[in-house]
Design a protein around this ligand. Structure first.
Ligand code: SF4
Length: 981
């Protein structure tokens, strides 16, 4: 065959790559594999990061050299934590741009659009630069600039008074994007408060719950790169969990022939790249999973030996089928019987898919063997009543195939994640926060954060000081106007503090708005499961690191950040000192130097100690370059600790750990003596102690004690003794719960609204300050199938429609498309950002419309009074804004739907869609918050409070995770609340 010009080009490129490799190696430099090393998109070699030269594009054709110092940090614009490299101009000492960090083992130099857009956030002309205190009524929009000292002293006095008066539960810190591993929890533990709240129950707790009941670990870590079949229940390639690091590995697998199966009712970008796109009726995903599992069982194509060794089938038989012999053969027969009803035809009837297509997909799955990688996170698990069974039934497939912690399989995330121990570890708080962990939800995966307005309205507590950080509850949560009602009520929330880089829909109602840094202006450590390995990443203020590289000393991050922008870690340390100035409350010692007791802890010492003492291999690696571990992390941004964790559950427990150990129950092996109350920073995946405080060390498998899983049985829990014991025996097995939007639950004329999907170019609550991203995505029309559009009387894309929920309606534009299933409509979140008229701090730029919010007899009405338009600012690009649309804030019109088991807000809505009325305007909102209360009460009636079902007088099984776990005594139900047992 003759060679084409392209062949010659490739050959030449190959020779250049080889020559570049040889030259780099001769210079003692790292060679980055791939052609990029030798053309314009090359990663700068790390040896040249002190003085990297690029030509100014603006000066062309003159050769104007720009000299940069390249400083790593971590992107903060989603949870993937990809590495970034800041290009710090050596002349101006300002950040010119951000690109990928090739030294980062997770992201490997690649980013999505949101990573480089960090520079927009840093240079945003409307960002919050100074501490602000409200000057008028809450929400009135009048503010006064104050000093950090004034803010710190006022907050410290409030918190100190609450702590000394025994009002620990009146302090709460509510976190949106954590972006770090444990710093805030550690601070709250040092104050002795159970005050951590999170956003997880409006995000991923449904998905987590299903994995947690199987593995004792709440997240999957699929080894996508080596998989034969990848099964995704989400838009994983563009917006799923850890999507950029995962997407690149999924792409590698596809290049190697892997098949990708995507369940998504909507034609997402991910679905468009799949080998099999299944568009099911929302809520039927678990039925499809069970049909695939049933096929494996029926045809005998499951890994029986894995099931025999690792499932808790014997416990299931003993507890639920004592009529049968306790043999594995008896269990296999029961297993076949249990799932025999989940035929392809049944799944087809539930999902609306073709039974033959489900059968074909089931065959592909059956052929994957142990190379079956899967993921479910938000999506269906976050949309439906019982959505947690979507991930539980998904993992059933993995567990049948034996594709657990195998090459190309799915790992428990804790094995692919590493959380270093911090310098000081405070004890567990001795109190229990009912406003975050109400007794109606003893098995909730995370805090019932989105119920806070209703619990406050119920009079179940009040807050003296309420912090939010990277969190915008009015905009993010369902029923945001109920949030606004409590945030403006000083009897319910005494002091509301927004720690935020940008103004947002919640900060308008705050008492203090305190400016915090973006991803290049703050310190954090983090580690996420993105492949079968462990790494630690370091987010840092890049200008601080740059100046230190130049020999300058920086002791406070405010010295290098714009205006008086700070970082939370230094803020929390300072605030803790002011709460406990003389150490009498026992708080200060957790924020003191270890090297010089009595002196304030610095972030350099905090991270220096952590990297020196808690990250295996890092001190040696740093020493080899003549650096301290902290210097090494400041220079490279991430450290890979290990690769190839493999099947940790199979590891044999060393005999030294087994001296005096006792085997109990179904083979769980416990230490001989009670362990001391474990430190608050519990290693991921560490099993909880038993009732006597004894620590599980393993599980007996065929007469060998192996590490096992951190579940009560030590095995994978096909049958959950916890669900059975805490009032839900009917859901103790992987099963199918019909959704609240199941067709049988819809009234005539109603359709399902999917509201959970993200746009890949938006950053939740911080996109409004990124001009590039705003330009890319600035509207959220409602996806409607042509057949539905005809039924609704909607003629054209762009026509205004009303979408009516249980508590109100929103007015949006229609997008008529075949990319959505008939009978289902969809609208992305991220959009509908607004500012209240009269708030002079926020201009009508970027993504925020100006709105008028009116109290009406039946609730609230919102209408935009001004849309986005060009405006002049220090950034000439704001005068070039060409769009005016901002989309619609649909979440305001959703009532709360707490799943009674997982606690997840079930996002899908049963709605009616019709053409807008005369006088309706795009973005209009109407909400009846009294009706929102009725819906709240209806869903609460489905719960089974701990006071009624707790088998042991506790509020919650101690083995279940909690981000900040109180001490054992705080788990006891108060005597008056355990009376119903
Ligand atoms: S996926 Fe994008 S937004 Fe998320 S951390 Fe990576 S670069 Fe940032």
């Amino acid at each position: 065959m003759s060679r084409t010009p392209r062949d010659h080009d490739l050959a030449a490129l190959g020779e250049r790559v080889s020559a570049a490799r040889a030259a780099a190696e001769a210079r003692g430099e790292t060679f980055y594999p791939g052609a990029s090393r030798v053309h314009l998109s090359a990663f700068p070699p790390k040896e040249r990061w002190d003085d990297w030269v690029e030509l100014s594009s603006r000066a062309w054709p003159a050769r104007d050299e720009k000299h940069y110092m390249l400083v790593p940090t971590t992107c903060f614009n989603c949870e993937s934590a990809c590495g970034l490299l800041a290009y710090v101009d050596r002349d101006t000492r300002q950040v010119r741009k951000f690109e990928g960090n090739p030294e980062h083992p997770g992201s490997r130099g690649r980013n999505c659009a949101k990573g480089p857009a960090t520079v927009n956030q840093v240079t945003d002309p409307d960002r919050v630069l100074y501490p602000m205190k409200r000057a008028g009524r809450r929400g009135e929009g009048r503010w006064a600039r104050i000093s950090w000292d004034e803010a710190l002293d006022a907050l410290a006095a409030r918190i100190r008074a609450a702590l000394t008066e025994g009002r620990q539960n009146e302090i709460m810190v509510h976190i949106g994007r954590p972006g770090e591993d444990g710093f805030t929890e550690r601070v709250l533990a040092s104050w002795g408060v159970d005050g951590h709240n999170s956003h997880t129950n409006v995000c991923s707790s449904g998905g987590r719950t299903g994995f947690q009941f199987w593995m004792g670990i709440d997240r999957p870590s699929p080894d996508h790169a080596h998989a034969k079949v990848i099964y995704l229940i989400s838009a994983h390639l563009e917006a799923g969990h850890y999507f950029n690091p995962h997407a690149q590995r999924i792409t590698e697998a596809r290049q190697n022939g892997a098949k990708v199966i995507v369940l998504d009712t909507r034609l997402s970008n991910t679905a468009s790249h799949a080998d099999y796109w299944l568009s099911p009726q929302p809520g039927s995903e678990a039925a499809i999973n069970l049909a695939i599992a049933s096929n494996l069982i029926r045809t005998g194509r499951y890994d029986a030996e894995f099931v025999r060794r690792w499932w808790n089938w014997a416990e299931y038989l003993a507890e639920c089928r004592p009529d049968l012999p306790g043999t594995f053969e008896a269990f296999q027969a029961v297993l076949a019987e249990l799932y025999s009803g989940f035929t392809f035809e049944y799944a087809a009837a539930e999902s609306g898919l073709d039974a033959a297509v489900i059968a074909e997909v089931a065959e592909v799955v059956a052929g994957a063997g142990t190379r079956f990688a899967c993921h479910a996170w938000r999506s269906a698990a976050a949309g439906n009543l019982g959505g947690w069974q979507v991930s539980r039934t998904l993992f059933l497939i993995s567990a049948l195939l034996g594709a657990v912690a195998t090459e190309g399989g799915t790992f428990p995330n804790a094995w692919n994640k590493f959380v270093p121990r911090p310098i000081h570890v405070p004890p567990h708080p001795g109190v229990w926060q009912d406003l975050s962990w109400p007794e109606e939800f003893p098995l909730a995966q995370n805090e019932l954060s989105f119920l806070l307005p209703h619990l406050l309205k119920d009079g179940r507590g009040k807050l003296d000081t309420y912090f939010v950080r990277v969190y915008n509850p009015v905009w993010t949560n369902p029923d945001g106007l109920s949030w606004m009602e409590v945030l403006t009520d000083e009897q319910k929330v005494g002091c509301f503090v927004a720690l935020t880089p940008t103004w947002n829909e919640s900060a308008y109602f705050a008492d203090y708005v305190l400016p915090m840094g973006h991803g290049s202006e703050r310190h954090d450590t983090h580690s996420y499961e993105q492949y079968d390995g462990q790494w630690v990443g370091f987010r840092q203020p890049v200008l601080r690191a740059a100046r230190e590289r130049l020999g300058e000393t920086v002791t406070d991050t405010r010295e290098v950040n714009p205006g008086e922008v700070w970082e939370e870690n230094e803020f929390w340390i300072e605030l803790s000192w002011r709460i406990d100035p003389d150490g009498a409350l026992g708080i200060r010692r957790y924020h003191e130097s270890r090297a010089c007791p009595g002196r304030k802890l610095t972030v350099d010492e905090y991270y220096g100690w952590m990297f020196e003492h808690s990250v295996p291999g890092l001190p040696e690696r740093a020493a080899a370059e003549g650096r301290t571990p902290l210097e090494w992390m400041r220079r490279y941004g991430a450290f890979e600790i290990s690769r190839g964790q493999g099947a940790v559950h199979e590891q044999e427990v060393p005999a030294a750990e087994l001296t005096g150990a006792a085997v109990r129950g179904t083979g769980r092996v416990y230490t001989a003596a009670p362990a001391p109350d474990a430190p608050n920073i519990v290693p991921m995946g560490a099993p909880a102690p038993d009732d006597q405080g004894r620590r599980p060390v393993g599980v007996l498998i065929d007469a060998v004690v192996r590490r096992g899983f951190p579940t009560p049985s030590g095995r994978l829990e096909f049958w959950s003794s916890t669900l059975a014991a805490w009032g839900w025996p009917e859901h103790a097995l992987p099963g199918y719960i019909k959704s609240h939007v199941h067709p049988s639950a819809l009234d005539p004329g109603q359709v399902v609204l999917l509201s959970t999907f993200r746009l890949p170019t938006q950053i939740h609550t911080r996109s409004a300050n990124s001009k590039w991203l705003d330009e890319l995505s600035h509207t959220n029309p409602v996806w409607i199938h042509p057949s539905d559009a005809a039924r609704f009387g909607v003629d054209r894309t762009g026509d205004l429609i009303r979408v009516e929920t249980e508590i109100g309606y929103f007015v949006a534009k229609a997008w008529i498309t075949e990319g959505i299933r008939p009978g289902v409509v969809a609208c992305s979140h991220h959009m509908g950002r607004w500012k209240l008229s009269g708030h002079s701090q926020v201009r009508a730029g970027g993504m925020m419309a100006t709105v008028a919010l009116r109290a009406e007899q039946a609730g609230w009405a919102m209408r935009a009074t001004e849309h986005v338009r060009p405006y002049s600012s220090a950034d000439p690009d704001t005068a070039r804004i060409w769009w005016s649309d901002t989309g619609v804030h649909q979440n305001l019109t959703f009532p709360v739907h707490p799943d009674p088991i997982s606690g997840m807000h079930c996002w899908h809505q049963a709605v009616r869609v019709r053409p807008a009325e005369a006088g309706d305007a795009h973005g209009d909102i109407a909400v009846d918050t009294a009706k929102a209360r009725e819906v709240y009460r209806r869903w609460m009636a489905q719960t089974k409070p701990a006071g009624h079902v707790s088998p042991d007088g506790t509020r919650r099984p101690r083995w279940l995770m909690r981000p900040l776990k109180p001490g054992a005594a705080a788990f006891a139900l108060p005597a008056d609340r355990s009376a119903g047992r």
